[in-house]
Design a protein around this ligand. Structure first.
Ligand SMILES: [Zn+2]
Ligand SMILES: [Zn+2]
Length: 317
């Protein structure tokens, strides 16, 4: 059994690190703030090699631009793009985020691997890397050691700069022991590019260059920026229902394109919940899918916010 603290995250690990650093918060809003000298998620290496690792990310954006300009879209490729956008978005929201980062429900080892594979096909690195960085975001949300705070740094940094910096490319397996104990997840975390390669090939086999271009390349870039909006926009624009120690916001349009992740202030208030849209009108498609999976027995122990949690720290509107 994994011990968890009040946030729902495993005790120890990055929690210990929180006590080891003490940094003034007076520099908030500065354009460039040096991060702590040591961090369990940040690499000190900023050489050419680590920067070259961001080249595929940039090339994918240039390829998407070329596809939009030169490759005809077909009904099949449009269907692949939309279908795989939402499937892969669930891999990120229902898999990487609500399962691996927050353990908000339980499932079998086989379906756990399926979630990891689908999440990987969004080409946002491996499940262990993703979950570890995200847990760190919650531990230090909008503080200096938050990897992607638009409050401490800039909107650009929070959206994509932290990815391009090459500083957050490694996975410290010691910091995510609850999942790094699974050999297949460690392997997939290393071969995180493989599911994307398989999906790109599949799209090509189904509809040639239109399938590859629109179904995979354009869809992947759209997925990037929809996901990144949770880190950037959802800490800047929107409404706050709960008094949290960060600047998280509920943002309805971000929630629509990310299948529910835009209810980010709700999430920061009660992060171990599988449900992020707390009100009936807060559309949270990822939660509906998780509930459907629970109905047929594929997942179980789906965590919900308690009545007390829903009522506390409410900001009077
Ligand atoms: Zn956040
Ligand atoms: Zn989270």
């Amino acid at each position: 059994m994994i011990l968890t603290d009040s946030t729902g995250l495993p005790a120890g690990g990055i929690g210990k690190f929180a006590k080891e650093i003490s940094i003034s918060t007076a520099v908030r809003g500065a354009v460039s703030v040096p991060l702590p000298a040591s961090s369990p998620i940040r690499s000190t290496s900023r050489g050419l090699f680590s920067r070259l690792r961001t080249v595929p990310f940039i090339l994918l954006h240039l390829a998407a631009l070329a596809v939009i300009c030169f490759v005809p879209i077909t009904w099949t490729s449009a269907g692949l793009m939309v279908g795989f956008y939402f499937l892969r978005m669930f891999g990120i929201t229902g898999g990487y985020h609500r399962y691996f980062a927050h353990r908000s429900y339980r499932t079998s080892r086989l379906f756990q691997f399926a979630l990891a594979w689908i999440g990987c096909s969004a080409v946002q690195k491996g499940p262990l890397w993703w979950a570890l960085n995200h847990r760190h975001h919650h531990r230090y949300s909008d503080e200096e050691d938050d990897p992607h705070s638009p409050v401490v740094r800039t909107i650009w940094w929070s959206h994509v700069g932290w990815v391009l910096s090459g500083q957050y490319r490694k996975t410290n397996l010691e910091e995510i022991k609850d999942y790094s104990v699974f050999r297949e997840l460690r392997i997939l975390n290393k071969l995180h590019w493989l599911p994307g390669l398989v999906l790109g090939t599949l799209c090509y086999l189904i509809d040639g260059m239109s399938g590859l271009g629109w179904g995979f390349v354009v869809g992947t870039v759209a997925l990037y920026h929809a996901t990144f909006l949770v880190n950037s926009a959802c800490h800047i624009w929107g409404r706050r229902r709960y008094e949290t120690s960060d600047r998280s916001k509920n943002n309805w349009w971000a929630a629509l394109i990310t299948m529910g992740e835009g209810w980010h202030n709700n999430h920061h208030h009660y992060m171990s919940s599988a449900r992020q849209g707390f009100m009936w009108w807060e559309v949270d498609v990822s939660y509906y899918i998780i509930r459907s999976l629970a109905f047929v027995g594929i997942v179980w122990d789906v965590r919900e916010p308690t009545e007390k949690a829903l009522a506390t720290k409410r900001i009077a509107s």
